[in-house]
Design a protein around this ligand. Sequence first.
Ligand code: MUC
Ligand code: MG
Length: 367
Amino acid sequence: MKITGIEAIPYAIPYTKPLRFASGEVHTAEHVLVRVHTDEGLVGVADAPPRPFTYGETQASVTGVIEKVFAPQLLGAEVFARERVHALLYRTVGNPAAKSALDMALWDIAGQACGRSVTQLLGGSTDRMRVSHMLGFDTPQCVTAEAERIRDTHGITVFKVKVGRRPVRLDLDVCRALRETLGDDAELYVDGNRGWTASEAAFALRELDDLGLTLAEELCPADDVLGRRRLVRDCRVPFVADESATTPAEVTRSLLDGDATAISIKTARTGFTRSQRVLFQCEGLGTEVVMGNQIDGQLGTVCTVAFGAAHAATSRRAGELSNFLDMSDDLLTEPLTITGGTLAVRDRPGLGVAIDEDKLARYRQDH
Ligand code: MUC
Ligand code: MG
């Protein structure tokens, strides 16, 4: 089966509640819908969320590189010749979201062709994941109210709290208020998006020691090499590398150098193919993983849960699968629902999604 066409459609959907964190803020989902067409009539879809503050990509760069570089290279390529497709894609450096969307759209096609879900093709470990919800910067009152609403509405009891502000006390107060409000049954962990220095982060971890946090993510830049190593060595919970380890090689270096002791896997930046490489490396090195969220919409979240549920190691912890709840609308004909704090995989061929063409027409930016 051969690739006959590739569409890269920019669209914009506003958030009802913007997400603010140490490296940026997101008010509108300005993503790119990627569709790959084949000579057998099957069409694969995936979403590319540009994150300039993390990877340097923009909506225009994603559409540009797909239309000008990747589409001409991939037209006529065999859908199942994944290694050959990747060799073509990785002639170009960077552009992780654009490459990943193409990779995942091809897996969607492969699943449809075999009559199997992508989760089954990747490993079929389970059919759902527990959900972790991400809480952005705000006052203790607003963050705790948001957490209670999310818990009461969706049954979610795992929360990732964005930290990394100055003065550090702003975030310490939020974490403490959350523990007091949610009680001991809630799981809490923190993500600093490189906002603090290593010594500020060390101070924060000492202050929060009694709260029973389960993970600490990117509290300071990995480029602060010695400070970061010292922080990671002294951290009593797994220290997660997210944006500092975005390729299989960076993951290996990061773990061997003592920059991190756990890895965030994001399908938005490593697709399914490279996410498996990252996962298998981590398993070989005896390192825990967490399924992260690139502030994904529903299509991106379908991809994260499809991958996460496919393997035991990626479905052990709750996955970050709920940022789409803060969007005012989405593109799927059948919206995702989180019930009892879990999100189920779609047991249908491929990714099992259909795009609502009316909504796409309303939100697309290229006409
Ligand atoms: C996260 O885990 O950091 C914010 C920035 C980014 O690259 O991803 C999000 C969530
Ligand atoms: Mg992170």
